[in-house]
Ligand binder design. Structure first.
Ligand SMILES: [Zn+2]
Length: 227
């Protein structure tokens, strides 16, 4: 079993394939480049991926899900597991295209005893048992925290993770030695404001994405409801 093959049967090399996937993400408006963007961490960058827009085009996301499913087709899979709205849509598309015809379930993120955790809704718990083969699906892997929480969930239930599939992988951080397949593997450098080259050039700072995140917090959603 090899993790990465340089050429697929169609003779297309990995680099070309990645460019095609990047173009598809650009078409959805999710990928921003050549900008000067403030990140929630306070760092500045020239590229950004807006996760919520990734899954807006059903035919695109179905096609991308099928590519991930094809990659993992050689590994028998019982369950496709994800968490978060974008990843759930993608995982449905992966499960639909995988030859094992796995079921697709999702976990919910939350705090358990002061620690971040992903838990499985009670009605899904009978689906992941000792020995169940689980494929994890993420939309964007940045620090790898969510992927690790999903791994932890499967292991707590006695299941076996066959691999991790995602649309975009920003980090090369090792996810406990698991096979990770991403359609795009691309990190973009981030800079603290003091040493940011774009600040030095006087490029205006785009704060739009941080503003949008702030208005999505649960407290502002409640305020909106009472209006
Ligand atoms: Zn800057």
């Amino acid at each position: 079993m090899t993790a990465v093959t340089k050429k697929d049967p169609a003779g297309m090399d990995a680099e070309v394939r990645e460019k095609i996937h990047l173009e598809i993400l650009k078409r959805t408006g999710a990928y921003h480049a050549n900008d000067h963007i403030l990140l929630p961490s306070g760092q500045h960058t020239s590229e950004y991926i807006e996760k919520t827009l990734v899954t807006t085009e059903p035919s695109f996301i179905e096609g991308l899900g099928a590519v991930i499913a094809k990659h993992f087709a050689q590994w028998p899979t019982d369950v496709v597991l994800s968490t978060g709205p974008g990843a759930v849509i993608l995982s449905h598309c992966v499960a639909r295209a995988h030859p094992s015809r796995p079921v697709a379930v999702y976990g919910t993120k939350g705090m358990v005893s002061g620690r971040r955790r992903v838990t499985l809704p009670v009605e899904f718990q009978r689906l992941i048992r000792p020995g169940t083969k689980v494929l994890l699906i993420e939309d964007l892997i940045s620090s790898g925290t969510t992927a690790r929480l999903l791994l932890d969930l499967v292991e707590r239930l006695g299941g076996h993770v066959v691999g991790i599939g995602c649309l975009w992988r920003r980090t090369s951080v090792d996810l406990e030695g698991r096979l990770v397949f991403s359609l795009v593997s691309r990190d973009f450098p981030t800079h603290p404001p003091e040493t940011c080259p774009l600040c030095k050039k006087g490029v205006p700072l785009n704060q739009e994405f941080v503003r949008r995140r702030q208005t999505r917090r649960p407290s502002s959603a409640q305020e909106a409801k009472t209006e």
